[in-house]
Design a protein around this ligand. Structure first.
Ligand code: ADQ
Length: 480
């Protein structure tokens, strides 16, 4: 079996299985079984001009190769083009996009530096899997350096409609770079369709019925691979003694009341202000919930160097203060707003003890929290998932209570419905949801992507000829 090389902006900490999310675990599994390498940024910045060689670490058969970023690269590539242009744009938020000179150049420069640093570690028959929006052009940079391995790309976040993407600087260049990959994977059918429409309109493209897309004089394969969680492991964590012990204290104070839970990175895509307003509206419309229901919103700090994140934080602090001031009493805090990371096993137990999982992103590639909430439920007395129709997860989790995250009144009504849902109905919904997340877990996702990549017809890049690359990587000469 070919060795797997994973490339992502950051390399996950493989030493801590409890804290690493399902994605890290699934990729580690794949890397361990094939003897693999994971390449990316180490999370540190160094002054511009500093040259530090990549750091190589070996953990149970997996090699990680990490490098720091200069402060300028961090500003222009990471905070700039990745998180102030691509992230808002691909989440349909043109209003939050900040173009600045230097951002695009920085993005191209870092992708080129990544390619330079990665090439010496590659073997001719490696399979290379590139992750997410930070690295659209990496495949093309590797091809420029003569890499002929199979290379796949997976986009974890949405792919916005072409009418929105058209506003990005050099958007055609950006999409063309994807044709350097042999397989491009999306989370949902909506994302895949948006991509297809983009290449039809801007690249004279067409897609055949097996997902081979031709556009810009090039060809690649596209398909949907909805990501899952490590369902079994999360389920086990929800009933772990360590996790249970951590919430015991908290249980004493909260559990007589019904609990609604929300867990997210503090990101403007997650629909947090209207989620809080919907809870306030629930208390207004249905006063019987006062003193009996508590909403706990856990929001982990993230990307604090990006201006829009400071704004959303301030808005949430103001809103949560206002809600507690208006509805709270000596013996009841209606909203518990927690702005920090929480250990995953504690999260799992909290999910299991909450009557409602409230997941209301304005737009989300998939949303793993929705699946984690389902995995943590006790099938004898399960809670109810209230899920935004704009989360990728809504394509498969049809038995959730589906809401429009822009409609505060509708969300309040749905919370009431969830809090009052009869046991039988909850059990039926939970059974169906659990079957879905068991079948389509993160291990299946990883295997499906890698199988499809192994079988995908070799891509042709704009201006290249098929004869330039051979179908069977084993036939390739040594050296690149
Ligand atoms: P994210 O936007 O980070 O991921 P999500 O899918 O919800 O979003 O995953 C977040 C993860 O972080 C979950 O495992 C959650 O439990 C954990 N988490 C959130 N808040 C936490 C806290 N306070 N403390 C500890 N852990 C916390 C991107 C895309 C998603 C896509 C994933 C995977 O934006 O749409 O589902 O990648 O492809």
């Amino acid at each position: 079996m070919s060795r797997l090389v994973v490339v992502s902006n950051r390399v996950a900490d493989l030493t801590d299985p409890v804290q690493s999310g399902g994605l890290a675990v699934a990729l580690r599994d794949a890397l361990e079984s094939r003897g693999g390498l994971w390449f990316g940024w180490d999370g540190n910045t160094v002054p511009s001009g500093t040259r530090i060689p990549p750091k190589i670490t070996k953990i149970s058969g997996v090699t990680t190769v990490t490098l720091p970023m200069t402060q300028r690269d961090y500003r222009e590539y990471y905070v700039g083009f990745s998180n102030s242009v691509l992230w808002p744009m691909l989440h349909y938020r043109l209003d939050l996009v900040k173009f600045k000179s230097g951002y695009l150049k920085g993005y191209k420069r870092v992708n080129s530096k990544f390619a330079d640093a990665l090439v010496p570690f590659l073997k001719p028959d490696d399979i290379i899997w590139v992750h997410d929006f930070h690295l659209f052009p990496l495949g093309a940079e590797l091809r420029k350096r003569g890499c002929r391995q199979r290379i796949g790309f997976f986009l974890h976040i949405p792919f916005c409609p072409p009418e929105i993407l058209a506003a990005a600087p050099e958007n055609e260049w950006l999409v063309r770079t994807l044709f350097a990959y042999d397989l491009v994977g999306f989370q949902t059918i909506t994302d895949l369709e948006n991509f297809r429409r983009y290449v039809e309109v801007h690249g004279g493209g067409s897609t055949d019925d097996v997902g081979v897309t031709s556009a810009f004089g090039a060809r690649t394969s596209i398909a949907c691979f909805p990501i899952g969680i490590d369902t079994e492991a999360f389920q086990a964590m929800a009933s772990s003694p360590e996790g249970q012990a951590r919430v015991r204290q908290f249980r004493k104070r909260i559990l007589p009341r019904q609990l609604i839970i929300g867990v997210d990175r503090l990101d403007y895509t997650k629909g947090l202000p209207d989620r809080l307003r919907a809870f306030a509206r629930l208390l207004e419309l249905y006063p019987e919930n006062r003193k009996t229901v508590t909403f706990m919103q856990i929001a982990a700090p993230t990307r604090e160097d990006v201006v829009a994140y400071g704004d959303i934080r301030a808005e949430l602090e103001q809103l949560s203060g206002a809600i507690n001031g208006r509805f709270g009493d000596f013996d009841w805090t209606p909203l518990r707003y927690i702005h920090r990371h929480v250990p995953r096993d504690t999260l799992a137990v909290l999910f299991g003890q909450s009557q409602v999982g409230f997941v209301s992103p304005l737009r989300d590639g998939m949303n793993l929290v929705a699946k984690e909430y389902v995995a943590a439920q006790d099938s004898r007395n399960p809670g109810v998932l209230v899920l935004s129709k704009f989360a990728g997860a809504a394509e498969a989790l049809k038995e959730a209570v589906i809401v429009n995250p822009y409609d505060v009144d509708e969300m309040a009504e749905s919370l009431q419905k969830a809090l009052r849902m009869p046991l039988k109905q909850r059990q039926q919904r939970q059974k169906a949801l659990m079957a879905t997340i068991r079948k389509h877990d993160v291990h299946e996702w990883q295997q499906n992507f890698l199988n499809a990549l192994a079988k995908a017809p070799i891509a042709t890049e704009p201006g290249s000829h098929e004869t330039g690359r051979m179908g069977d990587p084993a036939l390739l000469p040594d050296g690149l």
